[in-house]
Design a protein around this ligand. Structure first.
Ligand code: AR6
Length: 171
């Protein structure tokens, strides 16, 4: 499986599935979530609301993933996952690894060949960059799912550099 690092905007990626760093409400927010809903248009939110009214009445639990179509984005699917909020006192990296694992599993179910991930939990949820990058890269490497390309789309230089180090050290 090819792992690629790109510095840029996840909403501009031509891949089969883009991953949204959502919250459990699935009703939108800032960061990646805000950008995906803004650029993807209202169909994505409509599908999220339908999920909340049916199978996800209590919201999407942390570490899990669910798919909608991608509206106006140049992708077929948005895979929404909920990263854990960082805690210095509690080991939550298994939940962060689960976001990547479950997203890959769902992508394979949807017959996606290419997927783009943001740095889940590394923004509003406060995860230290080097740790977020290590968990992400290891989770993808250790997954039994193999797609043709996993692209990490990192918004800024420091996040891109942290992922580059993680690939060198753990890839
Ligand atoms: N493309 C790629 N990366 C981006 C983009 C973009 N367009 N915009 C931001 N990033 P965050 P989280 C980077 O906060 O930490 C939302 O309100 C950002 O610089 O989007 O998982 C949700 O609704 C950072 O490196 O996600 C939740 O409430 C990374 O993406 C909460 O934030 C993740 O930052 C989730 O927080």
């Amino acid at each position: 499986m090819q792992i690629r690092l790109v510095q840029g905007d996840i909403t501009e990626q031509h891949v089969d599935a883009v991953v949204n760093a959502a919250n459990s409400s699935l009703l939108g927010g800032g960061g990646v979530d805000g950008a995906i809903h803004r650029k993807g248009g209202p169909d994505i939110l409509r599908e999220c609301r339908a999920l909340r009214a049916s199978s996800l009445r209590d919201g999407l639990p942390t570490g899990q993933a669910v798919a909608t179509t991608a509206g106006r984005l140049p992708a077929s699917w948005v895979i929404h996952t909920v990263g854990p909020v960082y805690s210095a006192g509690e080991e939550r990296s298994p939940l962060l690894a689960s976001c990547y694992r479950e997203s890959l599993r769902l992508a394979a179910e949807l017959a996606a060949e290419t997927i783009a991930f943001p740095a889940v939990s590394a923004g509003a949820y406060g995860w230290p960059l080097s740790d977020a990058a290590r968990v992400a890269v290891q989770a993808v490497q250790e997954s039994s799912i193999t797609l043709s390309e996993v692209r990490f789309v990192l918004f800024d230089g420091p996040t891109h550099a942290a992922f580059a180090r993680a690939v060198t050290e753990h890839g």
